[in-house]
Design a protein around this ligand. Structure first.
Ligand SMILES: Cc1cc2nc3c(=O)[nH]c(=O)nc-3n(C[C@H](O)[C@H](O)[C@H](O)COP(=O)(O)OP(=O)(O)OC[C@H]3O[C@@H](n4cnc5c(N)ncnc54)[C@H](O)[C@@H]3O)c2cc1C
Length: 401
């Protein structure tokens, strides 16, 4: 249904942002019988700067939320991955649980279509001017007002909903930033492995994702630690044998360890990047965007049931607890991988430890969570420290398990 045909001016749920978080929220709410309008300032299909590596975790959430399998036309499986650091190949794995590569042009359009087919009122291509918290209404640029019982802000890292609630969309000290280019011509190599380059940017990494029509290449890390990300990107492209001036790079913030403690206020909930839900180690955000969208819709539904007291944001925050815990632990672990003093030891451990590589893949597959990893890291800490000390003394460290 389009907004022009809709006579309704008020909905159970109004969602701002039709990325993976918004469409997941819409679909979930509709399945629960709620009325939903989904607004986006862009018309779809549209591009969004993103590597669009779709992990096993993303596949699991997508399948559960949208009640269907991935369409193979839009999701290319990858079973080979290479890990590099400072121009050296640390390891190659050819039997990893499938990862998928896609394009956000396709992914976001597909998810939005699922939501519209399920009954969402399509208000894409229309911009929001302001939110009237007192009257629970969204004011559109064209002057219309759309009422809501619950508003879900799924409007990305520069979220206007978060700005309305907190005065700013993110913390400049903690936010991540990434640059990316899409390569074609001689650089098309659809059957090549996915490649991750640790330390291609400070407190971050580089990626090379070969797809059927493009190869997506980028670097990302903490913004404050990388005041000149363009230099890091040029260096990375040179390492890959690509002319650094081949194309203009595009940039985008990503909430890479900037988890919002309170994902909203009252009857306004924030989901996906707007709530800071990007893994600070892997940079993965699509999976948590979908899952938080689903949780926001479920929380909204529960809050509307008779006899339920308490604000929707409290119900939602409880549902997010495991994700919050995981991402906060990842923030604690990240310095071990990212501090220059620990880099060499990490390089050594990652090259020699089969367990560490397997755990990284299990993490992407959604089979392992950070609380378990933290326990293992603590157990391995003495070995890690010993590797660091022996390297400092110029001695060969013992082989890790
Ligand atoms: C360079 C880069 C590479 C990445 N690579 C990966 C990767 O390979 N795998 C992975 O899992 N994650 C990756 N991420 C993270 C991932 O892109 C995000 O976590 C994910 O897009 C979050 O989805 P979302 O639905 O919350 O927000 P978004 O996808 O950003 O969608 C937000 C939507 O809100 C709309 N909007 C914004 N403001 C308004 C407004 N005022 N009114 C109406 N609409 C509005 C926008 O138009 C947009 O459509 C990457 C991020 C970056 C920057």
């Amino acid at each position: 249904m389009t907004a022009d045909t809709a006579t309704q001016k008020s909905f159970d749920i109004v969602i701002i942002g039709a990325g993976p978080a918004g469409s997941s929220a819409a679909y979930t709410a509709l399945k629960k019988g709620l009325s939903v309008a989904i607004i986006d300032k862009q018309s779809f299909p549209r591009d969004k700067l993103c590597g669009a590596l779709f992990s096993g975790r993303s596949k699991q959430y997508y399948t559960e939320i949208f009640e269907r399998d991935l369409d193979p036309e839009f999701f290319g499986p990858k079973t080979e991955i290479e890990f590099w650091m400072n121009g050296q190949k640390l390891s190659a794995m050819d039997d990893v649980p499938p990862l998928y590569v896609t394009m956000r042009w396709d992914l976001d359009h597909i998810c939005l279509k699922h939501a519209i087919e399920a009954g969402a009122v399509d208000m894409t291509g229309q911009a929001v001017a302001a939110i009237d918290e007192n009257e629970s209404a969204v004011e559109m640029r064209d002057g219309r007002r759309i009422g809501y019982k619950i508003l879900i802000g799924a409007d990305g890292v520069n979220s206007m909903v978060a700005r309305t609630l907190y005065g700013r969309a993110f913390d400049h000290e903690r936010i991540g930033f990434a640059l990316e280019v899409e390569l074609d011509g001689n650089h098309l190599c659809p059957d090549d492995p996915v490649r991750i380059d640790f330390a291609a940017a400070k407190w971050g990494y580089g990626w090379w994702f070969p797809k059927s029509k493009t190869t997506t290449v980028g670097v990302g890390g903490i913004h404050a630690a990388n005041p000149n990300m363009k230099t890091a990107m040029a260096g990375y492209l040179k390492t890959l044998g690509v002319d650094p001036d081949i194309k203009k790079y595009k940039g985008h913030f990503l909430p890479f360890g900037d988890v919002r403690k309170w994902p909203g206020r009252g009857n306004i909930l924030l989901a996906g990047d707007a709530a800071g839900l990007v893994d600070p180690i892997t940079g993965e955000g699509i999976a948590f965007a979908m899952q938080s969208g689903r949780f926001a819709a479920e929380a909204a539904f529960e809050a509307m049931q008779p006899g339920i007291s308490g604000e929707p944001v409290h119900i939602y925050r409880r549902k997010l607890r495991e994700i919050h815990r995981s991402l906060n632990i990842a923030r604690i672990i990240r310095p071990i991988l990212s501090r220059p003093s620990g880099e060499k030891a990490f390089e050594y451990m990652f090259t020699h430890s089969v367990t560490l590589k397997r755990q990284y893949m299990e993490l992407l597959g959604g089979e392992l969570e950070y609380p378990t990893i933290l326990k293992r890291v603590v157990r391995k800490m003495p070995q890690y420290v010993m590797v660091m000390l022996r390297q400092k003394m110029g001695k060969t460290p013992p082989a890790p398990a």
